[in-house]
Design a protein around this ligand. Sequence first.
Ligand SMILES: NC(=O)c1ccc[n+]([C@@H]2O[C@H](COP(=O)([O-])OP(=O)(O)OC[C@H]3O[C@@H](n4cnc5c(N)ncnc54)[C@H](OP(=O)(O)O)[C@@H]3O)[C@@H](O)[C@H]2O)c1
Length: 276
Amino acid sequence: MIRKPRLALIGAGNMGLALASGWAEHGLIDQQGWLVIVDPAPSEAAQDFAVQNKITIVSELDKDQASLLETVVLAVKPQIMAGVAEELTQIIPQTTLIISVAAGLTLNRLRNYYGDRPLVRAMPNTPAAIGRGATAFVAPSSVDEEACTRANTLLGATGMVERVFEERAIDTVTAVSGSGPAYVFLLAEAMAAAGVAEGLDPELARKLACETVAGAGELLRQRGCDPAQLRAEVTSPGGTTAAAMDVLMGSGGFAEMMRRAVNSAARRSNQLGAQS
Ligand SMILES: NC(=O)c1ccc[n+]([C@@H]2O[C@H](COP(=O)([O-])OP(=O)(O)OC[C@H]3O[C@@H](n4cnc5c(N)ncnc54)[C@H](OP(=O)(O)O)[C@@H]3O)[C@@H](O)[C@H]2O)c1
């Protein structure tokens, strides 16, 4: 039987493949009406994925394929979005739901490209690659419930997903969870470097720091509770953790620096959106 795709993924790079892997894992490729991937130079990983899941990768959609699409997920770099849109808008229906994961690409810009088609702007993050992403999305109020549910299902295949109702929140989402994995990696780096400065072997310091960050993250996730509560549980009054917390939570400490860092990232996201 020849299956006609109703879902298209444009761009099978890091984020595109993370999404497609999530769809495959959650049985969504069948449920959402089969998938076609568009990528002119697919990586080996993309080709392997396609073979394993019996999916076609094409360098461009033909009119026949495009006319049946109910959902198009855009996972290409923001700078090539205009060219992609120019080709797509010639051949996809007016009713096709467009989901963009491109950083900084505003709904306004997407509307310029795709007109009145239903639009969703999403911000995922890199742990999506292992099904542990954190994504938020925004859609104009004109996008109906069914389309929002579809977007929620597709984006949720890589981890948690939440809808926000004001687009400016996406700048803050970008600054908290989009860029957030880098803050956590920096934390591991800084802990390891501090251990080395106190005399630990560099390899041991790296292993201890990485496992601590990963293990503490997992504990936080499994307990599903407030991080402040977990922190309090490991901080005995007058103990070693308390001595460290006095430094980290003091004036100009970790919380204040994070506040400045997130503010700076959110402002940058807003600037990039204005330039897009
Ligand atoms: N990675 C992340 O953590 C992350 C997080 C949030 C949002 N995003 C967003 O996700 C999008 C993709 O990012 P990425 O990191 O996945 O980038 P990427 O790895 O470079 O993936 C983009 C893919 O699209 C392909 N491509 C190029 N031109 C194309 C075309 N005309 N039609 C179809 N595919 C085309 C690229 O092929 P070539 O390599 O051959 O050019 C590449 O395989 C970006 O807009 C980014 O802002 C990414």
